[in-house]
Design a protein around this ligand. Structure first.
Ligand code: HEC
Ligand code: HEC
Ligand code: HEC
Ligand code: HEC
Length: 396
């Protein structure tokens, strides 16, 4: 299994730096280290990724297909403490310490999984290549008709963003060619392209693979300005309004989905460029990887929470019955550094003890939504939720 999953990592290598937009920005997660932590911290004993791994908890490649923000992930981890803890004891799985950096790595790894697609099915891809008429022009075998380039040369690229770049670059000519042949440009679903790519890959004899550097959302943002995408597109309200806002919540579900969405609307985009005499931007695959990872991160960025609502939550969720009341430690330490990663890490370390105390006192484990998690982090960041440690507050 481990070999399979290493292959999985090589698949995309578009590291998402989840923390680029999170409150706890100084801790930047690393996808590869996150995968190591997923194994060494025993997550894999209970959780699978796309069917590979344990079956005690949900498959983390398949739950919530629409994607989660960091705060929503933190809330899901918070809510799962009681069941996870009971299962751990039942199965005799040790509770391993996780540091802040390791938790940031785990967050980066899980958002990377969210950004990829489940591996496609080559057989479905073969059917789609015909159905979507790609094979009327493109060759994928040695006895092709050769109107358009052989797609097999792209098989070596493991990063789905490459397909965004090549299709983007050639869309103009491709659409003309289709019109000349009376073919309506086909609309794609993102799953279609996932299957097509996996079929093309299965045909490639060479096991060469070209791994792009991890896409970096910070560089992607820079390119988004430099290459003038911003003239026509805004990111959550900031920028042009000729094309759609590319920061809107959840408009893409994966990297491949960015490619497909751009492909489906490329005709309109080309027209807008022609009208404004904007040259279609030339991008290298690497640059596209940065832009795609920026767009993905923007559409899953958490809006800021409300410290005021968070302070109310601390009260309503019975936190203050213990914190500041001599049973739980002071939460002062979190001031200026509370975010999904830091809160989840503290919870991982202290949750089990906290759970026992709650059970002793007959308090139900409070559950959180993503929005409440944002508010909680905002309150911990700003305010002083209570006076300080009580006399018998446990030491960390
Ligand atoms: C002993 C088994 C076990 C271990 C170890 C474990 N989990 Fe879980 N996890 C579960 C169970 C069971 C659930 C479902 C909980 C529920 O339904 O309340 C869950 C749920 C989750 C969820 C929420 C999924 C969703 O879609 O709602 C996330 C995220 C998660 N776990 C992440 C992790 C990570 C990361 C690790 C390692 C640091 C980990 N888990 C370790 C058993 C485990
Ligand atoms: C009517 C013919 C035609 C159809 C149908 C067609 N293409 Fe193309 N495609 C072309 C041509 C011509 C080019 C080269 C354009 C250029 O040189 O700018 C191209 C280029 C490409 C490229 C870049 C290839 C390279 O090596 O540079 C990709 C990827 C691609 N097409 C994918 C697809 C997919 C996926 C489909 C089906 C959804 C499809 N094409 C349907 C004619 C077509
Ligand atoms: C001259 C204006 C213009 C520029 C510059 C431009 N776009 Fe667009 N873009 C559009 C328009 C208009 C649409 C919508 C077309 C339609 O609806 O048919 C669009 C659609 C898109 C979509 C699909 C969005 C969706 O919601 O489905 C993506 C993705 C996209 N553009 C990415 C980019 C990127 C990346 C750049 C920079 C490299 C860029 N665009 C530059 C005008 C532009
Ligand atoms: C029944 C008492 C009790 C309740 C209710 C309670 N906690 Fe705790 N909490 C504790 C204890 C005890 C610890 C320390 C556990 C340990 O030492 O491992 C703790 C630890 C923590 C920590 C880690 C502190 C650190 O310094 O790393 C955080 C964060 C936390 N709690 C948040 C909350 C929030 C938010 C709520 C309300 C939703 C809450 N707690 C409700 C008893 C409680």
């Amino acid at each position: 299994m481990s070999r399979w999953l290493r292959g999985l990592l090589a698949l995309g290598l578009v590291a998402m730096s989840t923390s680029a937009f999170a409150a706890d920005a100084p801790v930047r997660g690393d996808v590869r280290r996150g995968w190591d932590a997923f194994i060494s911290k025993a997550c894999v004993r209970c959780h699978a990724i796309w069917g590979h791994g344990g079956e005690i908890g949900p498959d983390l490649g398949r739950t919530r297909a629409g994607g989660l923000t960091d705060a929503e992930l933190a809330a899901a981890m918070w809510n799962h403490i009681p069941r996870m803890w009971d299962k751990k004891q039942e199965e005799g799985i040790p509770h391993v310490a996780i540091s802040e950096t390791e938790m940031a790595d785990l967050f980066a790894y899980l958002s990377f999984v969210r950004a990829l697609d489940e591996p496609g099915d080559p057989k479905t891809g073969q059917v789609l290549l015909k159905e979507k008429k790609c094979s009327t022009c493109h060759t994928v075998t040695d006895e092709g008709h050769g109107v358009a380039p052989d797609l097999r040369k792209w098989a070596k690229y493991r990063n789905p963003a490459v397909w965004a770049q090549v299709m983007f670059e050639h869309a103009g000519k491709m659409v003309e060619e289709m019109k000349a042949r009376g073919i309506t440009p086909p609309t794609l679903e993102s799953a279609d392209l996932v299957h097509i790519v996996s079929y093309v890959r299965s045909l490639s004899a060479s096991s060469d693979s070209e791994l792009l550097d991890p896409g970096d959302p910070v560089l992607g943002e820079k390119l988004f300005h430099e290459r003038k995408c911003i003239q026509c597109h805004s990111i959550r309200g900031q920028g042009g309004n000729v094309g759609p806002d590319l920061g809107r919540r959840g408009w893409v579900t994966s990297f491949t989905d960015v490619t497909v969405k751009a492909w489906n609307r490329v005709g309109g985009m080309r027209n807008a460029m022609a009208q404004r005499k904007v040259e279609p931007p030339k991008l290298t695959p690497q640059e596209m990887a940065h832009i795609v990872s920026f767009l993905f991160a923007s559409s899953y960025a958490d809006p800021p929470g409300s410290a005021e609502r968070g302070a109310r939550l601390l009260k309503d969720k019975s936190c203050l019955q213990c914190h500041g009341a001599g049973i739980g430690p002071s939460l002062e330490d979190f001031r200026g550094r509370a975010g999904p990663v830091t809160v989840t890490q503290a919870l991982w370390m202290h949750g089990p003890t906290m759970l026992e105390r709650m059970r002793d006192l007959g308090i139900r484990w409070p559950s959180f939504t993503g929005e409440e998690m944002r508010d909680l982090a905002a309150a911990l960041n700003e305010a002083q939720p209570q006076k300080g440690p009580g006399p018998d507050a446990p030491k960390k």
